[in-house]
Design a protein around this ligand. Structure first.
Ligand code: ADE
Length: 252
């Protein structure tokens, strides 16, 4: 790994401890050890303006709950941005753009990223002005942006060249190719009367490739037909889809 080519990720949160296990295990740990990524956690409370570390306050106009104040977040972002060349600022919020593999790919090519994890009932709307991008990981409300930040970091870091070994390569992922994965099997060949498909034991690599492609397309057609609308299908894909549809008509 060349000097300075590592990706720097900063995370602003009021619960840095939530990231402990995530950063200290598995692929994210290995990527840091290899110098491919550097992750820095910043406690937003340290940027509060009073000695109690106040980061939230009552909403103007009334209403339940407390919301994040703008000053500590702005101060934290500005402090981090002054340490190194400014990166893309991403705010995790249920109101953001829906996260998907396409966005993971676009984040993975950047060299500097700063994530802001929101909390409580929400945040002062002026905080949005400091973010380049707002991301939601789904239509449900979590207690804060920490888990979403981990989801986004995990999914983008594994796309950074060198993070996964050749065998684990993201190129084989479901979703990287735009469709769902084919079923996978390991030993034993028969488990409780359930057998592994014969073709996988045949040693015929071309037949296995076609079987996997067909089963991946079958699963995608059954479960996520919408995904097929967004990819360009090769001639072989179209032929396999026609076969699957014909087989289905046979069962109906
Ligand atoms: N904060 C709370 N819920 C969230 C979600 N679904 N996505 C991103 N940030 C969030």
């Amino acid at each position: 790994m060349k000097e300075g080519s590592s990706v720097r990720i900063d995370v602003l949160t009021i619960f840095p401890g939530m990231f402990d296990g995530f950063l200290d295990e598995s692929i994210i740990k290995r990527a840091q050890e290899r110098g491919l990524i550097q992750i820095f956690l910043h406690d937003i409370r340290q940027y509060a303006q009073d000695k109690h570390g106040t980061v939230d306050d009552y909403p103007f106009g009334g209403g339940p709950g407390m919301i994040f104040k703008p000053e500590p977040v702005f101060r934290a972002v500005e402090a981090v941005q002054s340490q190194a060349s400014p990166g893309l600022v991403v705010l995790l919020t249920p109101q953001g753009e829906h996260y998907e593999q396409r966005i993971a790919k676009s984040l993975a090519v950047g060299k500097r990223l700063l994530f802001i994890c929101g909390r409580y009932k929400g945040l002062d709307d002026r905080i949005r002005t400091i973010a380049d991008r707002e991301i939601s990981i789904g239509d449900y409300v979590l207690t804060g942006g920490e888990l979403p930040a981990m989801v986004v970091i995990d999914s983008m870091v594994r796309l950074i060249p060198g993070v996964l070994g050749d065998e684990e390569s993201a190129w084989n992922d479901s979703f990287f190719q735009g469709i769902l994965d084919a079923p996978q099997f390991t030993r034993p060949r028969v488990f409780r009367d359930l057998s592994v498909p014969e073709v996988l034991l045949s040693g015929d690599h071309e037949q296995i490739r076609i079987w996997r492609k067909k089963e991946a397309l079958r699963k995608t057609l059954q479960r996520r037909p919408d995904l097929l609308e967004n990819i360009s299908l090769k001639k072989e894909d179209k032929r396999l889809i026609a076969q699957i549809k014909k087989e289905n008509r046979g069962i109906e």
